[in-house]
Design a protein. Sequence first.
Length: 390
Amino acid sequence: MIPSVLPTYNRAPLTFVKGEGSWLIEADGRRFLDLAAGIAVNALGHAHPALVQALTEQANTLWHTSNLYHIPQQETLADKLVEHTFADTVFFTNSGTETCELAVKMARKYWFEKGQPDRVNILTFEGSFHGRSSAGISAAASEKMTKGFGPMLPGFISLPWMDIDAVKAAIGDTTAAILLEPVQGEGGIRPLPDELLKDIRALCDEHGLLLILDEVQCGVARTGRLFAHEWAGITPDIMMVAKGIGGGFPLGAVLATEDAAQGMTAGTHGSTYGGNPLACAVGCAVMDHVTDPVFLENVNRKAGLLRQKLEGLVASHTEVFESVRGSGLMLGLKCKVAPGDVVNAGYDQLIATVPAADNVVRLLPPLTITDDEIAEAISRLDAAASQLGS
Ligand SMILES: Cc1ncc(COP(=O)(O)O)c(C=O)c1O
């Protein structure tokens, strides 16, 4: 008999009932070190006092009004995002998937308004992930996500990752935009080298194309800069943000330049819940933390520490691990065994990690993880690897 919850997930036999900082407490009382952070969501860890306060204060005041009216918390959050990024304007959503929908619509409307309605094609990349909507799976085009769900939406051209010649060859009269994750997450923690991101920006400039960056997983200080593209010294025209921006409360945002957003006038897009007072009150509190230069410095220092210790872990378990890769606190362990086996052995050692494609285990700790917790994580991963190998 089908369970009452649609069985689209292979869930681990774990039920967490409480979270404290970098820790998840199982129903049976066991304490797990959380290097999953809800898949890069709990940027400030679990039950961060500032987020709890922002949410409860807002919950005691006003939950929801819809976007028929002005929402002061939404305007404050938009102002903060505009102040700290390339963007001139922001639209709020409830998830990363919805940001993909708007980013695609915005790019196509841009060209429609420019009198070039045939420019509808978005160049995307193999290994990418942009969500589970029809547009999201059409954009990522992986067999795993699309099989059985055809027909796919037209207007997406998937190219090999990191192949700049393929990008050049694919640009034509019908190209509207290029869409990519600066660090592929689900694809196996695959950072695009800064030089290639600069080259892609230059190609967009040369051909007048819009550059859409999906920073749903790699954004919001995860890589040690507020947004990952900052490392390459470029800016996008449109950016998709979610996950960390809500710190665990469902919230996403599409950021855009005034030019890129010019087609999105009143009535062209909307959302009942997007940017509601509860979500934006939490988002403001997250932004106040992650934009603090001291916070970012700490993320970079801790990222260096974790990476260095992981290199040692790989060196002492060469039969289990191949290498470490990634950026900031978005790290991947390329495995020689099935990543699911590493994740399961991790559960035995009371540590949560996330499998990804390309035989990689993702480590996405809360950005607030402490040095002691990093040391503890390594010792638990070491025990998990010993369980699997030598
Ligand atoms: C890069 C990227 N884009 C989009 C999404 C979709 O976000 P959501 O699951 O919030 O809809 C994800 C989720 O993992 C993601 O990692």
